[in-house]
Design a protein around this ligand. Sequence first.
Ligand code: EPZ
Length: 430
Amino acid sequence: MDRIRIVGGNELHGVIPISGAKNAALPLMIASLLTDDTLTLENVPHLADVEQLIRILGNHGVDISVNGRRERQGESYARTIHFTCRNIVDTTAPYELVSKMRASFWVIGPLLAREGKARVSLPGGCAIGTRPVDLFIEGLQALSANIEIDSGYVNATAPAGGLIGARYTFPKVSVGATHVLMMAATLANGTTVLGNAAREPEVVDLANCLNAMGAKITGQGTATITIEGVRSLSGARHRVLPDRIETGTYAMAVAMTGGDVILEDTDMALLDTALEAIRRAGAEITETNSGIRVVRNGAGIKPVDIVTDPFPGFPTDLQAQFMGLMTMAKGTSHITETIFENRFMHVQELARLGAKISLSGQTAKIEGVSRLKGAPVMATDLRASVSLVIAGLAAEGETMVSRVYHLDRGFERLEEKLTRCGAHVERVSD
Ligand code: EPZ
């Protein structure tokens, strides 16, 4: 199994190209199930999760062809992918596939909208929390779907004439349930109004793509999304938006090591709250023609308290990385996680590098230390593992991160991007 070896201590200088967002690409790919025409997505990142979803969509009858836009070392990245689902050949998403990647549960929306039925495995728990699907079920029921849970599967059927538009207010903000309800409502009879909807940029990206396919969606990016049902959707060409989590991760890496890096092909507006926290920690962040410049010179890292929240709040997907940064702050900071109940697994691993962190409920207290020391550590989930990489970049000596398949789910060419900026990071295959 691959591991990542980091020798810490180098500043980062150079340019890091930011990939298309994993969490936008996944729902966009799933939207291809809504039409028999071709949906072409540009700027699709080359990641394990994307490859897994390609397999899952293939099972449902989606033909997929991939063009590499740019090639490096024989591998394509920033790919353009064409998805064509002339017919849905299978409305079942089996446990073996859904349990590997939670977002594949989201096929329930398009399958139900287009075929009037779907049988989708419950995803089960995952490392960061229990992650129930009650909001999806309640929301689809509001659109008149009949739902039964049987042997670990959700069996959903639409009324004979198709789903029926309705008003539904989420009791809690959910990105996935907003994606699914929005997709399902595009082909429903009548108008759907979603209240307390997720405002994440990835939701806006999906709505924009659906509109390009002929949907009638307004209000995306606000808490109230209105979807006027249409009879059918067509194909479209859409560019996946930049990955705000990858952007924030590298910005935090520079704030941690010091240096001067341009994050290319990305947009500050996608992560205002996180960038503000990094600024308060002592980095200078400015907009450039091609993206964002992050600089931290001699000044040390200042402690900053944060609380995770749905967009536009501080993203839970950057919480672990920010904790990595705070481990070397000159003072004590507090990080409160409000989205997932078990998203502190990096704490024990950061402690192995010498971090001083104590947990009390959903809040971590981080007492900054003047130095971290490299050690073997284990990746536990995608974002937790990259927080270990950030800490390893600033630690003295060698940090060896095992279980890097977590990283491969969400960070395209991490070693290459960091190495080109002067970091000492390499993949070691056993
Ligand atoms: C998306 O997950 C992202 N995944 C997550 O990124 C991200 O952490 C999360 O949104 C929050 O921003 C993708 O986009 C593929 P939610 P999602 O539904 O949609 C609870 C990463 O590292 N909830 O917004 O699954 C849920 O348990 C991943 O890239 C219910 O209670 O998250 C959580 O506490 C990890 N019932 C909260 O809502 C439901 O039916 C928010 O979850 C659904 C969710």
